[in-house]
Design a protein around this ligand. Structure first.
Ligand SMILES: Cc1cc2nc3c(=O)[nH]c(=O)nc-3n(C[C@H](O)[C@H](O)[C@H](O)COP(=O)(O)OP(=O)(O)OC[C@H]3O[C@@H](n4cnc5c(N)ncnc54)[C@H](O)[C@@H]3O)c2cc1C
Length: 407
């Protein structure tokens, strides 16, 4: 009887890296990588940055060269949505009704943009940004409109605003909270990004929501806001967050909370099914709770653990959450996770007005998270501070004459 393959569902970064890790860790059995997109696996961060700005092509975003999969004996199936997992018989079913056996299954189904739940939210000219095609369309749009409305002042919305301003487009960003990025950064540091965008000519409309997209024919021509005002725009980009693709896991009876629940080895409630990337809500040994991280580095790094677990090793994923963004001339990296109890102090080391600083979020004088803005090579020190859990002196932490501890 043929050996049952290791099957990976979701051909994004986490899926691609898992098959790479399986081969690197010595697995020489059959591997199938199944994705629903027409493209082989690619990375998404460039889609809202250099690919929109025109300084890189979409071709640069692929994880592997086209011949890598055949060369590593990976059976790559594109445009093949998986519709069902039948755990009792260890099979998946694809959209064409074909069933495939698995020995171990990796779920890396990622996440999808949350829709804008208002009238006109699906009109022509309303764009979401997740896939290569979306990036292509939004780049064309930026090249052809005078005024763009961005709904949602999160990371993707602000990156699109930055690219559009770079192309000379008038941009209005509508954000429900008092400041863009207030939810992930808090008001103290969100202000830095609001100022950045205001200085680059973006119109920020905060504390208001979009009540409906104004449509002429079936084309978006603007939006009506909750304060009764109207904004004219020739196109709309919606960036109001993403939701994990948990449908398959839920239907298969796996434990699902915010994402697919997993232990520190990324094993789900079924020991033959492992998760990685945006969809995984895994116990984090250092943070002492489950976290689901919707960021690139998590999809890049979890696969080493996921593959090892599939191969029967006893391993734990312990990397701290990490995120980066590039907007205009600002580059930022963020390590850590503030967590449900929040922070009680923010320390800024450097010049936040000049946008060259490291910020720390503290609770009980312990560092929960750190963000370096236009300051580089401090990531290891920031991570060491978080990992150590030691109490710090906020004044010394802010003092540029006092070196950051390195371990
Ligand atoms: C525009 C954009 C910019 C970003 N920028 C940054 C950034 O600057 N920094 C950062 O840290 N993070 C960034 N991210 C987040 C980062 O890209 C994600 O965290 C990462 O893509 C997650 O990888 P993944 O493999 O888990 O999921 P995904 O990349 O979502 O891949 C999952 C794949 O599985 C497929 N799939 C889902 N269901 C099925 C099914 N039933 N059958 C078959 N296939 C299925 C999906 O279509 C998709 O192709 C950005 C995301 C986007 C969209």
């Amino acid at each position: 009887m043929a050996e049952r393959p290791f099957v990976v569902v979701g051909a994004g970064l986490a899926g691609a890296k898992t098959v790479e890790e399986l081969r690197e860790q010595g697995f020489d059995g059959p591997i199938m990588l199944v994705g629903d997109e027409p493209e082989r696996p690619y990375e998404r961060p460039p889609l809202s940055k250099e690919c929109l700005a025109g300084s890189a092509t979409l071709d640069s975003a692929y994880v592997h060269a086209p011949d890598w999969y055949a060369a590593h004996d990976v059976d790559l199936r594109l445009e093949t949505p998986v519709t069902r997992i039948d755990r009792a018989v260890h099979q998946i079913e694809t959209v064409d009704g074909v069933r495939h056996d698995y020995a171990k299954l990796l779920l890396a189904t990622g996440s999808a943009p949350r829709p804008l739940p208002v009238p006109g939210g699906d009109a022509t000219g309303v764009h979401y940004l997740r896939r290569m095609d979306d990036s292509r369309r939004i780049k064309d749009t930026i090249g052809s409109v005078a005024h763009l409305l961005v709904v949602g002042g999160g990371w993707i919305g602000l990156e699109v605003a930055s690219a559009a301003r770079g192309a000379g487009v008038d941009v209005t960003v509508v954000e429900a909270l008092p400041l863009p990025l207030q939810q992930p950064l808090g008001p103290e540091l969100a202000r830095v990004f609001a100022d950045l965008h205001l200085e680059h000519g973006v119109t920020l409309r905060t504390g208001v929501t979009v009540e409906r997209v104004v449509v002429a024919g079936d084309v978006a021509v603007g939006a009506r806001l909750s304060d009764g005002s109207e904004i004219e725009a020739e196109a709309v980009v919606v960036g109001v967050g993403a939701a994990p693709n948990v449908g398959l896991a839920t239907a298969a009876g796996l434990e699902v909370a915010d994402g697919v629940v997993a232990d520190a080895g990324l094993r789900t409630s079924d020991p033959d099914i492992v998760v990685a990337g945006d969809v995984a809500e895994a116990t984090h040994p250092l943070l002492g709770r489950r976290v689901r991280v919707e960021h690139w580095a998590n999809a890049l790094n979890q696969p080493a653990t996921a593959a090892a677990t599939m191969l029967g090793a006893d391993v734990r994923y312990e990397e701290l959450p990490y995120f980066f963004t590039d907007q205009y001339d600002l580059g930022m990296e963020y390590h850590g996770d503030i967590g449900p109890d929040g922070y009680d102090d923010v320390v800024v080391r450097g010049d936040s007005d000049g946008r060259e600083f490291v910020a720390f979020w503290l609770r009980d004088r312990r560092v929960l998270a750190g963000m370096n803005v236009n300051v580089w090579d401090v990531g290891e020190a920031v991570k060491a501070l978080i990992r150590s859990g030691v109490q710090v002196d906020p004044r010394r932490l802010a003092d540029l004459d006092v070196p950051l501890p390195t371990s």
